[in-house]
Design a protein around this ligand. Structure first.
Ligand code: SAM
Length: 322
């Protein structure tokens, strides 16, 4: 069916995120040759926002790298086919970045609302620089708002309807027996708790070997948390999931309750301080004059990364930030 008006507002958060990523890129925090094709107009963001997008990019990139390079403990020399499934991917360009770097997984799937995948598909079809990253025989399916190829598939589905999501993925050739990293950045928090729980349980049942990476807001109760919630509510995008998972511990427990073997969660202040590559952090800290230290720490305490891991022993996959 058609997405309702608050769905349209949630889709707008993707445009916002894309502009922030473009700002972060232009200021030299991250290398992304592709994000510029997905924005209408460039806006420079405040240093604290740029640094926040860097932290998120670096943390997710570290986990992706761990997943893509992990070898099974019994047979470390046998290469394993791997895939990424990005839920609520929006205009995220990670597939294009990894492909350009030569570190992409065997297959990459992206899911979002039809309205969003249609716009992404149109941008891909319009820019040769994006088309050239795709395999030669990629198909752009205009009527469906989807892209099909041997290593990249853009799929339209509503994450609140797990059986139609499964159908759509099956139609795109998704094979749940392949080791999978599922990524949901600032997505599940916009769903009702029952819907994100169903999704996490479904993924846990289907993906026997894999890791589910979630990046999203936490700590709704203090002054900053309330402001964060109010800002999004005013834009028509309530954080419907935040009361049910208000802390890293709650996010971790949500994975364990849904049948994932192991789980871990940390707030972004801890991740930035202890788990990112020191040399790169030192590099980005010199890029802009920065004096919003108090705001920075408080903001980072309100975002977290949570991991659910299945089949830890067989794959050598991680349940730690390293
Ligand atoms: N993951 C991207 C990123 O990190 O930049 C986009 C994040 S954006 C804040 C949230 C995305 O989730 C939007 O693209 C929105 O359309 C998508 N989304 C939210 N609810 C969804 C649902 N029920 N089904 C499919 N996509 C959904």
């Amino acid at each position: 069916g058609f997405a309702g008006s608050s769905d349209a507002s949630v889709m707008g958060t993707n445009d916002d995120a894309t502009v922030s990523k473009a700002s972060c890129t232009k200021m030299g925090y991250v290398k992304d040759d592709f994000v510029k094709y997905f924005i209408k107009r460039f806006t420079k963001r405040a240093p604290v926002i740029n640094r926040g997008y860097y932290a998120r990019w670096a943390a997710v990139r570290k986990l992706l790298h761990q997943f893509l390079t992990a070898a099974p403990s019994e047979n470390p020399n046998v290469p394993v086919k791997k895939q990424v499934l990005s839920l609520g991917a929006g205009f995220d360009t990670t597939y294009f970045q990894l492909q350009a770097e030569g570190t992409a997984p065997a297959v990459y799937y992206e899911v979002d609302f039809l309205e969003v995948t249609s716009r992404k598909m149109a941008a891909i079809a319009h820019h040769l620089e994006l088309c050239n990253i795709l395999p030669k025989y990629a198909q752009v399916q205009k009527d469906k708002g989807e892209v099909r190829s041997s290593n990249y598939n853009l799929v339209a589905a509503d994450l609140r309807n797990v059986s139609s999501l499964e159908e759509a993925l099956k139609g795109a050739g998704f094979d749940p027996s392949v080791p999978t990293l599922i990524l949901a950045e600032c997505v599940l928090i916009y769903l009702e708790a029952k819907d994100s729980e169903a999704l996490i349980r479904w993924a846990g049942d289907k993906i026997k070997t894999g890791v589910f990476v979630i990046y999203e807001q936490i700590r709704p109760d203090d002054a900053f948390g309330q402001q964060m919630i109010r800002n999004l509510e005013m834009r028509g995008c309530p954080l419907l999931g935040i009361e049910a998972t208000p802390t890293p511990e709650a996010k971790k427990q949500r994975f364990l309750n849904a049948g994932w073997q192991r789980a871990e969660a940390l707030d972004m202040d801890a991740i930035y301080t202890h788990h990112l590559a020191k040399a790169d952090v030192q590099r980005i800290e010199k890029l802009e004059i920065f004096d919003e230290f108090e705001e920075w720490h408080i903001m980072q305490e309100h975002y977290c990364i949570a991991l659910g891991v299945s089949d830890y022993h067989q794959t050598g996959m991680f349940d730690r930030f390293g």
